[in-house]
Design a protein. Structure first.
Length: 384
């Protein structure tokens, strides 16, 4: 059996990004096997994220905006993002870009197969895919399913259904995407809509919830229809594409390095920001750091200081406020953007370690519900 340097289990966003960063590093000649059960030839998701300056995928961005709208109970209008830009990348453009980039490296093999097992052995990381065994010095796994049932954790879900709609006359302002529009019935939850305009007649309208229970398909459709009815002046529209997704919003402790030869990456590695569900940019940052460390030390371990880990605690507090409905979510996000420039909020969510700015963000939140949440998190994590 051939032994690879690296096997990448799962060639989705994280697996493909890892392969890409390896090709940009001193490890570019290493033998790599990339396995995914899908062909990745459909536009199965759209990623949005904020970023300063130019990123690795600038040439394939679908849209880029320098302002976003927010609509909540006490704040409604444009947010100034300072040096950040809000970017949109379509799944299909990312997969196509990766196909042609990785095809230039003869040391990278790609296989379409279902992975049945991943196991550590003294000889290396061992993978069985479609009943065939493979072995490597390191297996990077993005197929592992997180355990979202442990009671001391907060296990919310971010779930959404989106339609790309085309309307029969110019309507959208292409320079003003709506990042969070809370003008929908909250029904005791956190519910909002994204409106991401592609051109004056076409936009992705995405109805998003943070809670622990999925809706029926008919419920998502009904609420999307309602929003379009109320906010698009009742214009006629065609649905061109549909997107549905569920992202874990959990403070479960993830083992990025569960054993010597296995490393979890992407959602499986806990790269999703628990309090927002944003994963794309964190994955890029974390993988760059992982590849740097692998190239420099020979060990694929992302350095994380104990001080940096405090953000996980802040995430737990935020999840606790949401899960226990300690403060209305629409009002909470309004307060956040009312009392802080968006640039400071994005920095905080990106965990940039700006101590005084972080303090200002925390200090701006409603004191009582966040204090109660803090004590509840301590009780859940350390007492029960
Ligand atoms: C519809 C949708 C929209 C999203 N939008 C955003 C966004 O706007 N911004 C943001 O930051 N995040 C977003 N996310 C969250 C996150 O960025 C994505 O889920 C991202 O794709 C996660 O990357 P990943 O590599 O961990 O998982 P995936 O991209 O899902 O990759 C995992 C891969 O493993 C493969 N696989 C799984 N099991 C097996 C198996 N047994 N055998 C073989 N292959 C297997 C799958 O086919 C898949 O290709 C979105 C998620 C979804 C679902």
């Amino acid at each position: 059996m051939k032994k690879y340097d690296f096997i990448i289990a799962g060639g989705g966003m994280a697996g493909l990004s890892l392969a890409y960063y390896l090709t940009q590093s001193p490890l570019r000649d290493r033998s790599i096997l990339l396995i995914d059960r899908d062909q990745k030839n459909r536009n199965d998701r759209t990623w949005c994220y904020w970023e300063r300056g130019e990123g690795a995928f600038e040439s394939i961005l679908y849209r880029i905006w320098n302002q976003v709208e927010f609509h909540g109970p006490t704040l409604s209008g444009l947010l100034d993002m300072g040096s950040y830009r809000y970017k949109m990348l379509r799944g299909i453009d990312f997969y196509t870009f990766m196909d042609s980039h990785l095809a230039r490296f003869s040391n990278i093999e790609r296989r379409q197969a279902t992975i049945n097992r991943i196991k550590d052995t003294p000889q290396g990381g061992f993978v069985i895919a479609d009943d065939e065994p493979f072995i490597a010095d390191y297996v990077f796994d993005s197929t592992y399913a997180l355990n979202l049932t442990i009671p001391e954790n907060h296990n919310l879900l971010q779930h959404f259904k989106g339609w790309v709609i085309k309307i029969d006359q110019p309507f959208f302002d292409v320079s003003r995407p709506r990042m969070m529009d809370f003008r929908v019935p909250q029904q005791g939850d956190c519910r909002f809509v994204y409106v991401l305009p592609f051109d004056e007649q076409t936009a992705l309208i995405e109805y998003t919830l943070f809670n622990d229970k999925l809706l029926t398909d008919a419920e998502y459709d009904n609420d999307l229809h309602q929003y379009i009815q109320n906010h698009l002046n009742g214009l006629q529209f065609d649905i061109r594409e549909t997107e549905f997704g569920v992202i874990p919003m959990s403070d479960v402790t993830t083992q990025e390095n569960p054993s010597k030869h296995i490393i979890r990456i992407g959602t499986s590695g806990g790269y999703t920001k628990p309090s927002t569900g944003y994963t794309f940019q964190r994955t890029q940052r974390y993988l760059r750091s992982l590849v740097d460390s692998l190239a420099q030390t020979g060990r694929p371990q992302r350095p994380v200081s104990w001080w940096q880990k405090r953000y996980k605690f802040f995430d737990s507090i935020m999840l606790n406020v949401l899960e226990k409905h300690r403060y209305p979510a629409d009002a909470m996000f309004s307060v956040l953007y009312e009392r802080n420039p968006a640039e400071r909020v994005f920095q905080f969510l990106d965990e940039e370690d700006k101590f005084f700015d972080d303090l200002r963000v925390m200090n701006s939140m409603p004191k009582w519900p966040f204090t109660v949440a803090l004590f509840d998190v301590l009780r859940r994590k350390f007492v029960s």
